[in-house]
Design a protein around this ligand. Structure first.
Ligand code: AVJ
Length: 331
C-alpha cells in the first residue's frame, strides 16, 4: 500500500445539519419545565462530564466499553475480510480508540480504507486522526465535525462507488427511543449501496442487578456524571438548581428493557433559569429522566433491523451473550 505525503492525510470537513438541532433552551422549555421531566443525555458531555465518563469506563461495574473493545479485537479480521471497505464511516467516533481494531485489521489485510470519523468534539477527533496517520502510513482520514442528530445527508462522502462500512459503536443507539433509533438507522440505510454494511454495537438484556450496578458504580462516578448535568444547566442558563437536593437513581425497566437514569429530588424546592426567565417547582421524590439505555435481545435486534429494511449478515456475541456486534446490510 503506497504511503501518502503526511500533510494531505488528515482533511477536516465541517458538516452543516440538514435539520435544526434543538438548543439547550429549546430542550429545557420542551421537556424540563413541565412534568414528566426529561433531559436529553447529550448535555452530560461537558469537559467534566467527559472526564467522568472516562472514569465510569474504568469501573469494575461498567462492562460495556471493555466488553465491546474485546469483541472488536476478536472480530475485526472477520469483519474486514467480509466487507473490505474502501470507506470506513464512524458516527460519534470520540477518540477512535475502539476503531483502531478495525484499522489494524485493514492494515493486516492490505485494505487501504479511508477513515471518515463524524464527531461533535472536533479536537478529540483531530488528535486521534493525527495519531492514526502516524501509525498507518497508508491511511487518509477525512475528519467530519458535526452532530449526527442533525442529519447525515450532508456528509461529504466520496461518490466513487467505493464500498462503505458504517460504524456505530458504544451502545449509543440504545440511548434513542425506538422511533428515533429506527429513524437513525433509516438515515444510515439511505447512504448504503448494495454491498455496503453497518457495524452496530449494542448492549444486551441481562441480570437487572448487573445492569443497575453498571449504572450506579460503588465509586460514585455515574452518580457524579448524572448530577453534573445540573452544573451544566446552572452554568449555561443562569440557574439555581440545588445540586445537593438531587439523588442519583438507576433502575432497570423490565417492560421496556432499558436502564433509566433519574435525578430524584430529596426535598421540594423551586428552580429558576434567568436565561429563560422561567422555572419550575420540584416536589419531594419527583424525578427527572436524564438517560435511557436500552438493552437488546437477538429478537429485538432483528426486529429493529427488519423495521429499517436491514438484516444481520454476521452477529458477533461476547461471552454469555453480554454484548453484540452486528454486521448488517440492506435487506
Ligand atoms: C456511552 C451512551 C452508551 O448508555 O451506557 C454510561 C453512557 N451512561 N453510564 C450508556 C452512560 C451512564 C453510555 N453510552
Amino acid at each position: 500500500m503506497s504511503d501518502m505525503p503526511s500533510d494531505a492525510r488528515v482533511v477536516h470537513h465541517g458538516v452543516t445539519p440538514t435539520r435544526r438541532i434543538p438548543s439547550l433552551i429549546d430542550d429545557v422549555r420542551a421537556s424540563l419545565l413541565q412534568a414528566p421531566r426529561t433531559l436529553p443525555p447529550k448535555y452530560f458531555y461537558d469537559d467534566r462530564g467527559s472526564q467522568l465518563f472516562e472514569a465510569i469506563c474504568e469501573t469494575p461495574e461498567y462492562y460495556p466499553t471493555r466488553t465491546e473493545d474485546a469483541l472488536l479485537a476478536q472480530a475485526s479480521d472477520a469483519i474486514i475480510a467480509r466487507v473490505a471497505p474502501d470507506h470506513l464511516i464512524e458516527l460519534g467516533s470520540g477518540s477512535s480508540k475502539k476503531t483502531r481494531h478495525l484499522i489494524a485489521a485493514c492494515h493486516r489485510a492490505g485494505v487501504a480504507t479511508r477513515y471518515w470519523p463524524f464527531e461533535v468534539s472536533s479536537q478529540i477527533m483531530l488528535d486521534a486522526a493525527d495519531a492514526l496517520v502516524d501509525d498507518y502510513p497508508w491511511l487518509r482520514v477525512d475528519a467530519m465535525s458535526g452532530d449526527y442528530t442533525g442529519g447525515l445527508s450532508n456528509l461529504p462522502l466520496a461518490e466513487d462507488g467505493g464500498r462503505r462500512l458504517f460504524v456505530f459503536l458504544g451502545g449509543t443507539l440504545g440511548n434513542f427511543e425506538p422511533e428515533a433509533a429506527a429513524a437513525m438507522l433509516d438515515e444510515i440505510g439511505a447512504l448504503m449501496n448494495p454491498g455496503d454494511a453497518l457495524l452496530l454495537g449494542l448492549d444486551r438484556v441481562k441480570d437487572p442487578g448487573v445492569l443497575e450496578a453498571a449504572y450506579d458504580d460503588r465509586a460514585g462516578h455515574t452518580a457524579a456524571f448524572n448530577r453534573n448535568v445540573i452544573n451544566v444547566l446552572n452554568r449555561e442558563l443562569g440557574g439555581d438548581m440545588p445540586i445537593e437536593a438531587y439523588g442519583h437513581q438507576a433502575v432497570f425497566n423490565e417492560e421496556d428493557e432499558r436502564i433509566e437514569m433519574w435525578l430524584v429530588a430529596q426535598q421540594a424546592h423551586e428552580v429558576y433559569f434567568s436565561a429563560l426567565d422561567a422555572g419550575f417547582v420540584m416536589q419531594a421524590g419527583e424525578g427527572i429522566l436524564t438517560e435511557i439505555s436500552r438493552k437488546f435481545t437477538r429478537q429485538t435486534i432483528d426486529d429493529l433491523l427488519a423495521r429499517c429494511d436491514m438484516a444481520a449478515m454476521d452477529h458477533f456475541e461476547a461471552e454469555n451473550q453480554a454484548y453484540s456486534l452486528i454486521l448488517a446490510t440492506r435487506a
